[in-house]
Write a protein of this length. Structure first.
Length: 354
């Protein structure tokens, strides 16, 4: 190989990136020990941007298109290189291709539960997870703030940092939402869009855009879930404790049969039966108490006599009214039939007694 062929081989005349991976954000064009030829062809495809870096300083940024590199379409590089008169010699520069497409289905989730005050359960601990999407909208800022000089930069390398931002902002929004835990599922879409809008400014500071933020699930602790399940089961049987006990027994039978715990199940069944008997006895006693008059009132009614003339109460052994002296044990003056002390008319002939 002659000296001219060697020099020719050292010059780069085609610069492009044929992306072969779906998670690469930034890829550096391999130009080690090579120089870029003036007039070289730069191909930037849709969903890409090309960033030229000269001695650690970001120079020109190219959007999608086909370019022939000259001093005319490289204004910043021309200034940095002092090519004031259009000097057309080969030059050394680092070229980074930045993917500007939308990266969807990135995962987020709360590593620790979020504390919030709930009107139904008091203070509860909530966990949440979902997906989000990002897009590089300013390749220059993204290179300065995030990438640096790495040759290849993937979404895996930035997800940890972004996830911390997302979870912190989401936890603050959830705590200030004043939405009951039972109503959160109905507001996933509204809350997700609000969270995306609130966090957009933070993402723009890194040259990124938060294109979507989806809440897939917000869950309460297992003990609260168990309480909700029990409340739902009681709702099915209408709050009737006897029916609820029967419902639980019916559910326990298949589980006991599977585990072979016949003895345990029999003991449990005896306990449930005793509980049913106690519940029934309590219900019966309560019903009787509601139907019977108060004991004091009953005793007083049984032991007292009432004067027909003045209505004054008298002891059961009294023969005459202590107020007006009228006899308490009376007979109808018309027909002679015995009458009750408090009677107004004779039950036999209807004669008026007072």
């Amino acid at each position: 190989m002659g000296i001219l062929d060697f020099v020719k081989a050292e010059l780069i005349d085609v610069i492009e990136w044929l992306e072969d991976s779906g998670d690469v954000l930034v890829w550096r064009f391999p130009d080690k020990d090579h120089q870029i030829k003036m007039g070289a062809k730069l191909t930037v495809r849709e969903g890409q941007a090309a960033v030229f870096v000269n001695e650690g300083q970001i120079a020109d940024v190219f959007k999608p298109g086909l370019y022939s590199l000259t001093t005319q379409n490289m204004p910043v590089m021309t200034t940095l290189r002092s090519w004031k008169y259009g000097f057309e010699s080969p030059f050394k520069a680092e070229v980074y291709f930045v993917s500007t497409r939308n990266f969807l289905d990135l995962k987020w989730g709360t590593q620790n539960p979020v504390m919030m005050r709930d009107p139904d359960f008091g203070v509860v601990r909530l966990r949440a997870f979902g997906t989000y999407g990002i897009k590089v909208n300013d390749p220059g800022v993204f290179m300065k703030q995030i990438v640096g000089t790495e040759g290849t930069y993937t979404t895996d390398e930035i997800e940890g940092q972004l996830r911390s931002m997302l979870v912190s902002s989401f936890a603050a929004m959830l705590g200030n939402s004043h939405t009951a835990a039972l109503d959160l599922a109905a507001n996933y879409q509204t809350m997700g869009e609000k969270a995306r809008t609130d966090m957009e400014t933070d993402f723009q500071g890194y040259g990124l855009s938060l294109t979507r933020f989806v809440i897939e699930n917000i869950s309460v602790p297992p003990e609260v879930e168990k309480m909700l399940d029990t409340r739902s089961q009681m709702g099915i049987v209408g709050g009737d404790m006897a029916r609820f006990t029967q419902f639980q027994t019916a559910q326990a039978i298949p589980e006991a049969a599977k585990s072979g715990g016949a003895g345990d199940f029999m003991g449990m069944g005896a306990g449930i039966a005793m509980g049913q008997q106690m519940a029934g006895a309590m219900a019966s006693s309560f019903s009787q108490q509601q139907q019977q008059p108060p004991p004091q009132q009953t005793a007083q009614s049984a032991q007292s006599k009432f004067c027909v003339q003045c209505g004054k109460a008298a002891p059961p052994e009294a023969k005459f009214c202590p107020e007006c002296g009228k006899p308490l044990d009376q007979k109808c003056p018309e027909c002679g039939t015995p009458v009750e002390p408090a009677a107004k008319f004779c039950k036999e002939c209807g004669h008026k007694l007072s």
